[in-house]
Every structure is written in C-alpha cells, then in structure tokens.
Design a protein around this ligand. Structure first.
Ligand SMILES: CC(C)(COP(=O)(O)OP(=O)(O)OC[C@H]1O[C@@H](n2cnc3c(N)ncnc32)[C@H](O)[C@@H]1OP(=O)(O)O)[C@@H](O)C(=O)NCCC(=O)NCCS
Length: 172
C-alpha cells in the first residue's frame, strides 16, 4: 500500500528515507545533505506531497514533488537551458517531480510505476516537469510509459527534461 504524506509527515520519516536514497542513487550521493537540507527545504513548498511504499514493514520506495515556481533554483536552471519559448509554456506553476527511488532489491515489480501514478493522482496542475537521465534507462522508460514527453534532450548537466500536459479540462 502506498502512503501519501505531507511535509511534516515526510520529515518525520527522514531517518528511513536517507538509507533508501543512498541504496537507490548510490553511496556517492550526499545523503546527509538530502535528509537535513534538501528534504526540509522542499517539504515546506506549496503542494508538497511524498508517496512512500513499504514491503513487510521497511520502506522500499518513495517519490515526491511540489509546485515549482520561477525564482527557484531548478526552474531557473531549466529556463536558462531551454530558452524563452519553451520556458513560457512550461515553467512556473507546474508540478515538479523531484525524486523517485525504489530499493534495488524491490525494483522491477511495478513499484516505481505505482508510486508515480499515486504521486500524480488528482493534481490540479495542468503541467508537470521533471529531470531524468539523458540515457534511455529504466526511469525515462517509466515516465514515457506514463505519458510524459521528452521536452529537451540535454539540459547541460546530464539531465533530460520531461513534461506532462494534462490539457485544458473540458467544460460542458
Ligand atoms: C527508476 C526506478 C524508480 C524504477 O523503479 P521500479 O520499481 O523498478 O519501476 P517498475 O517496476 O515500475 O518498472 C521498471 C521495469 O520493470 C518492469 N516490470 C514491472 N513489473 C514487473 C514484473 N512484475 N516483472 C517483470 N518486470 C516488471 C517494467 O516493465 C519496467 O521495465 P523496463 O525498464 O524494461 O521498461 C528505479 O530503477 C530506481 O530507483 N532507480 C534508481 C534511482 C533513479 O534513477 N530514480 C529516477 C530519478 S529521475
């Protein structure tokens, strides 16, 4: 079962998220910085939501995002990279998917797909953005299967920009 957590609830499980982050992204990643700086900063942002999945107790996967705005670090880097036209259409007020991670021993069971589906469920945002590997690995394949489109192949730091556009809701 997937839990949906708000900012305070996500910070409350930071001691579980840290080891999972390290196991999924690799020991070279700065896990302390993730749990003590990045996560608390992001957890305070508008519409923050973290989804987490457990198997027989231990946490084995999580994903999170929030509303991204101009002036924040990542959107500004994206604007610089992609140019004015694409930026005007996509950047600012979008839902920003920041992390998706599944423990290596729990991968290829559909958990990553289930986490992304739950993270995006019933969001009011028309558009969503994320950065992922430029190589065609499991993550970009997963996003494309869920309807995300490649917007920009290389932002300049080994990351490709993907977007999801839900379109304008129909009015009757
Ligand atoms: C990307 C990531 C989150 C995917 O998680 P996952 O739980 O393995 O995702 P899924 O199981 O939904 O799908 C992955 C693959 O398993 C396959 N799969 C799903 N259920 C399966 C099952 N029951 N049996 C066999 N294969 C299955 C999917 O078809 C998919 O195949 P593909 O890679 O060939 O397209 C995971 O690989 C990860 O944490 N990677 C490291 C961190 C990372 O890169 N995060 C993304 C940052 S942008």
């Amino acid at each position: 079962m997937i839990d949906v957590l708000d900012g305070p609830a996500a910070i409350a499980i930071a001691d579980e998220l840290g080891p999972l982050y390290a196991a999924s992204f690799g020991p070279e990643e700065d896990t302390d910085r993730f749990t003590t700086e990045t996560l608390p900063k992001h957890a305070a942002r508008a519409d923050f939501r973290l989804v987490a999945v457990r198997q027989d107790g231990p946490l084995v996967g999580f994903a999170y995002g929030y509303t991204g705005e101009r002036g924040q670090w990542w959107p500004e880097r994206v604007v610089e990279a992609v140019g004015a036209e694409l930026a005007a259409e996509w950047v600012g007020g979008h839902f920003e998917v920041v992390e998706l991670a599944v423990h290596p021993e729990a991968q290829r069971q559909g958990l990553g797909t289930a986490l992304m589906t739950e993270l995006m469920r019933d969001l009011p945002h028309r558009r969503a953005l994320l950065g992922t590997d430029v190589d065609d690995g499991p993550a970009p394949r997963l996003y494309r299967r869920l309807g995300w489109q490649l917007l920009y192949p290389d932002l300049g730091w080994g990351s490709a920009l993907y977007g999801l556009d839900k379109g304008v809701p129909e009015t009757s």
